[in-house]
Design a protein around this ligand. Structure first.
Ligand SMILES: [Zn+2]
Ligand SMILES: [Zn+2]
Length: 357
């Protein structure tokens, strides 16, 4: 925070200044700690594909300067007078949202991400006071305790970071659709940041897991690193048809255009495909694949505060650890470039504590 002295600003981070997305050092102010807030000294921040989308203004509503990062992990340094959940020194996470109305049906059901008034995005959202939210590529964050999660004491902080977006994104539909039944079978489409965590959760749930990928280079990791039971190259028609009507569930983490019909045909009667990736502007799907076998397609986005806390505890209990590449903040621009080429195994995590001056 030495640079803060020079500028009068209290926080230091890295920000994009325009839709080139190029990140560079940036000084800004965080609010002071309110009665229900905690202040978190950030130790690590995961690099999510959302960071690419927001810094490059892909949703056309980015406000610059833009500080990305919504897989935030750190240590509590200050607590407001009415904070009940946390004390100084606790390990905590902050995910994709930092506020919501706290009054609607979804907020009351602890599904704040689906707040009827819109959850406030950690990256570029707007706080109640009108200021713009700044993400985790920064020294510290002040957040309402409701949107902060306790990270179990022994859980490694660097590995906790990807759980706060990638982890909860796959965990939410798995719980919602009762995929945690030992002996059931799950297909995972795509083996990136989301997919690799879906495999890890599934193995902890006792599922039989088949990984589908367009790239044979993922086979070794799928079977040996992540302990999937089966790997199928999605272009291999013979292998695909051999799995016809064999799966209870599928999680689709793949982005980019792909037909769902082929995968739907692999579901048993009543099977569910949960979509967490973004397969283009429109789904390509024959109604017959739903009608004839009572199948469902379901969407899911991140998750609520209740599920996030449960997921963190589940990961600690079952020793589920994301595969990460730890990088210094100075590597952030290259990391975002590599992320766009899917060139990461399987999540970049920025070592904020040891690299952000
Ligand atoms: Zn994310
Ligand atoms: Zn709400």
């Amino acid at each position: 925070m030495s640079s803060g002295v020079a500028t009068g600003k209290n926080c230091h981070g890295w920000a994009a200044r325009d839709d080139s997305g190029f990140l560079s050092p940036y000084e800004f102010d965080r609010r002071s700690v309110g009665s229900e807030d905690i202040s978190v000294k950030i130790t690590h921040c995961g690099v999510c594909y959302a960071d690419v989308l927001y810094t490059r203004n892909k949703f056309k509503h980015s406000i610059y300067p833009m500080v990305p990062g919504h897989e935030i992990v750190g240590v509590v340094t200050e607590v407001g007078g009415n904070v009940g959940k946390f004390k100084i020194g606790d390990h905590v996470g902050v995910g994709v949202m930092v506020d919501s109305c706290r009054d609607c049906e979804n907020c009351n059901g602890r599904l704040e991400i689906h707040c009827s008034k819109g959850a406030v995005s950690t990256i570029g959202g707007t706080y109640a006071d009108g200021s713009t939210c700044k993400g985790g590529y920064s020294k510290f964050i002040v957040a309402h305790e409701r949107y902060c999660y306790k990270i179990p004491d022994k859980y490694p902080l660097a590995q906790a970071a990807p759980l706060l977006c990638a982890g909860i994104t796959v965990y939410t539909p798995m719980i919602r659709h009762n995929m945690n039944q030992p002996g059931k079978s799950l297909g995972v489409i795509g083996l990136g940041g989301l997919g690799h965590l879906a495999v890890k959760f599934a193995k902890a749930f006792g599922l039989n897991v088949t990984v589908f990928s367009t790239s044979v280079s993922k086979k070794d990791d799928a079977l040996n690193l992540l302990k999937a039971d089966n790997f199928v190259l999605s272009s291999d028609k013979e292998q695909m048809s051999a799995l016809s009507k064999s799966l209870d569930f599928i999680i689709d983490t793949a982005s980019g255009d792909h037909s769902l019909d082929l995968y739907m045909s692999l579901l048993k009667t009543g099977g569910v495909l949960a979509l967490v990736g973004f397969p283009g502007e429109q789904l390509k799907l024959s109604p017959l694949s739903l009608l004839m076998e009572m199948r469902s397609v379901s969407g899911s986005a991140v998750g609520g505060t209740k599920g996030t806390q449960e997921m963190l505890e589940f990961c600690a209990e079952h020793e589920i650890h994301p595969e990460i590449e730890v990088i210094p903040i100075q590597y952030a621009n290259e990391a975002l470039e590599r992320l766009q080429k899917n060139d990461v195994k399987y999540r970049f995590v920025i070592d904020i504590e040891n690299s952000l001056e």
